[in-house]
Ligand binder design. Sequence first.
Ligand SMILES: O=C(O)C(=O)/C=C/C=C/O
Length: 486
Amino acid sequence: MQEVKHFIAGEYCESSLGRTFDNINPCNGEKIGVVHEGGEAEINAAVAAAREALTGDWARMPEQQRTEVLHAVADGVEKRFDEFLEAECLDTGKPYSIARHIDIPRGAANFRVFADAVRSVPTEAFHMETPDGSGAYNIAVRKPKGVIGVISPWNLPLLLMTWKVGPALACGNSVVVKPSEETPTTTALLGEVMNEAGVPPGVFNVVHGFGPDSAGEFLTRHRDVDAITFTGETRTGEAIMRAAASGVRDVSFELGGKNPALVFADCDMDRAIEGTLRSVFANCGQVCLGTERVYVERSIFDEFVGRLAEAAGRYKLGRPEDPATDMGPLVSHEHQRKVLSYYELAKEEGANVIIGGGVPAMPGDLANGAWVEPTIWTGLPESSRIVREEIFGPCCHIQPFDDEEEAIRLANDTPYGLAAAIWSQDASRVFRVTPLIEAGITWANAWFLRDLRTPFGGCKQSGIGREGGVHSLEFYSELQNICIKI
Ligand SMILES: O=C(O)C(=O)/C=C/C=C/O
């Protein structure tokens, strides 16, 4: 039976609370093992270890060596690829086919891209004239921010945790990570890789537990944590922001969304179907950048709905390790209950259920898993909760529109602003429409095409700040301007 422990100061340890919670396989509801629940004592110990690491070998390590160590961490993840793959898919239920191409490779790449960025992205320097004519030089220098609190989500556990830990360590910080209680294993496993790669003890720490009145809250409230980065639901972000205000700590948030896709009649229909299918149903609809609202130009509405439904009907739900599987369960029975409550609400609100809307019949032990059917609705008003609220499941509502102005208005009619996709082969339309979409990330004729140097994050209630490239370096460092009089 698996036992997932905390990782503090380079060592695995149990909880002083003497409490553990079950880790459940969402494919069949079976217990995978137990996870130690961290309390205030564990968070205090982890933050203290992180603080001490900032005055030890890690602080004295030359930047070049630090980046080599981070490449060694990436090597370590790649060397133990199958171990990370199996752990991630056991925790999440996601198919090997997704984790093999997205989650685990990005788990390594997120260290490499920022180890390289910190060596190549310049800071600014200005020469200035001075009244005495001798002049002065201004040089901006990046310095570590300090101890970073990282609260990472359950949908892409390794990817989204290393998306934060990679740049944080590249900038010379130390971190205390509180992974989601649903998916603790790969974050815990990374501790071994950190030790093997030569990351000094205390630089990378992991404490497991829950949010309120548990490890998550204790971490965000800890006064010796200099900044907090979080990916997850907007209302949790609000609570973290309130905690961060005490001590004026900086925050970086990637929060919720209700992302639109705009499909124009002049699109490449095959590409629009393929791309929208992925953006709605990938990872069982549990991707923050995913589409839940699809707006289709009226002249192609019926054809688009029919073809998307036909494609969605071909998903093979099954075990992660089955090569035929292209959709897993939701991450937990709790999340299944939430998604199914929206499936019921849609029926109550009179939606046309084009496909799905329930629980699939699954064979054998899989019948005890957190499964839901890929689902497509039409016919609801824009005021419907189905169209307004983030569901985070394999489902979308499709609505027709008649012109570009209406499409843009519909897309922007949401308190969120994370991602969007538009499908059109008219270049003028693409350049006209995309800047008018209120979203931090907008794809045209693509989805989830990711250049890690680009700004990544949401506006409105979808987040604060940007990650990616220099934007991550900006958050994970303090810039000091040094003015030198000649
Ligand atoms: O691709 C990324 O860097 C990223 O952060 C993906 C986020 C997905 C959230 O569900």
